[in-house]
Design a protein around this ligand. Structure first.
Ligand SMILES: [Zn+2]
Length: 429
């Protein structure tokens, strides 16, 4: 059993309180879904922060609203309002921070129910954000509340935050909280992000991201005499062909030791986001050789590789092409860099969540890592907190899909796992 110094009676009382609150947990998730916090552009953030802040206050938290002052995306039309609640028990530390982003991606087409209706049917909560990740926010809040209703005074404290903009990088959300000192190793011991990664999986980090832009420069000439010019499009296609022939096979030979899902993403990957060059194809055409071409590439790198490997491979390729190609001119520009993160294997978070997941679900869980990224990067890279994982209700594959849903059973079970883990982590010292 995993209750640390708490009697199994305390754990049983908490589990009973979660079961008794099941209806409230579902209702709160539905209320959150009904606020259409669509990002972009970042609709109704202040309303959603207030709903979460009000609920936190009712559950005994001291609540602060923390708008991302000073950032260009924090505007009068679309304010970036974060909310953080704090509830201390018999001591302030250890402090466990439960963080959920409340922005959602646009609904898109293909829905058979109202994406912002907050509808429950056949044991499922439907709506944009149902799994990613308004159910997770409800699970965090009611995990803490079940402990309070069970009459347990923690030997530590709980922070719960609702933050903005995860879907667009999290810079006004978790990154801002960490940067401004609200979420750092100096004040926080453990962070759980209840993202939807399946209720039996603990997510221990993600790969790195290197987005870069390539620009080839040509020389304009009359299109009837292309031999007088240099085509930037020809040179870009040469580069992209060499990327396919030289880089992609080498990437397929590298494999990370991190448990990235799906397994195909255990290799580094490279995607061409877009290519533009010469004249706009839907404009009036004139006979000219293209004197410019640009492409944006998305290279996902492994923690074992590091950024310099990813950047070095394309820089070396451009040098080779330049040596072999007359009049070749190309620039490489960094667009976005996210370093990979990995929770230490010995983190008490992994042990506690794993044991409690086993207890609640009756089966053992597994570790996974994300092929993309999530707010873990900011917690660890800016906040300096190594003990961070993602664990929450909902099925990963349903995120961002039409008819997104979260099973009520998953929601209740994840709430239980998080509640028992709060008991363990605050009593572990
Ligand atoms: Zn999410």
């Amino acid at each position: 059993m995993s209750e640390g110094h708490f009697s199994s009676g305390a754990a049983d009382r908490v589990l009973a309180q979660v079961d008794a609150a099941a209806g409230e947990i579902v209702d709160f998730t539905c209320e959150l879904i009904r606020i259409p916090t669509v990002n972009p552009p970042g609709e109704a953030y202040a309303d959603c922060a207030e709903l979460i802040g009000g609920a936190l206050a009712q559950c005994g938290f001291d609540v602060r609203y923390l708008p991302a002052e000073g950032l260009p995306e924090h505007t009068a039309a679309h304010p970036r309002v974060n909310v953080v609640g704090r509830r201390s028990g018999r001591s302030d530390r250890p402090r466990v921070h439960l963080n959920g982003h409340f922005d959602v991606v646009p609904a898109g087409g293909g829905w058979t129910v109202d994406p912002f209706g907050g509808i429950v049917s056949d044991g499922r909560i439907y709506g944009r954000g149902a799994c990613d990740m308004k159910a997770g926010i409800a699970a965090a809040l009611f995990a803490a509340e079940a402990i309070r209703r069970a009459g347990i005074d923690l030997n530590g404290s709980i922070d719960i935050s609702g933050t903005v903009d995860e879907e667009s990088g999290g810079f006004a959300g978790v990154a801002w909280l960490a940067d401004r000192g609200h979420l750092t190793a100096g004040n926080t011991d453990y962070v759980i992000i209840p993202e939807p990664l399946n209720v039996d999986r603990i997510c221990v980090g993600h790969r790195g991201v290197y987005w870069y832009e390539l620009t080839t420069h040509g020389r304009i000439a009359h299109g009837s005499m292309p031999f007088h010019g240099v085509s930037a499009i020809d040179h870009m296609s040469l580069v992209l062909d060499r990327v396919r022939r030289d880089i992609l096979p080498a990437l397929a030979l590298k494999t990370t030791a991190m448990p990235v899902e799906p397994p195909e993403a255990r290799h580094p990957t490279l995607n061409i986001n877009g290519v533009q060059g010469g004249q706009p194809v839907d404009g009036i055409q004139t006979p000219c050789v293209a004197d410019w071409c640009r492409a944006v590439l998305d290279r996902r790198f492994l923690i074992e590789e590091g950024l310099e490997t990813a950047r070095g491979e394309i820089a070396a390729l451009l040098e080779r092409v330049a040596e072999e190609t007359l009049d070749f001119r190309c620039e490489l520009r960094d667009l976005m860099i996210v370093h990979p993160v990995r929770t230490p294997d010995e983190s008490p978070l992994i042990a506690a969540l794993g044991a409690n997941l086993q207890r609640v679900l009756g089966r053992s869980g597994s570790l996974i890592a994300s092929p993309g990224t999530y707010d873990h990067k900011h917690v660890t890279r800016i906040g300096g907190i190594a003990d961070c994982v993602a664990y929450g209700p909902g099925i990963l594959d349903l995120a961002h899909q039409p008819d997104e849903w979260c099973a009520v059973e998953d929601l209740v079970n994840a709430t239980k796992v998080i509640a028992l883990t709060l008991l363990d982590l605050t009593d572990s010292r």
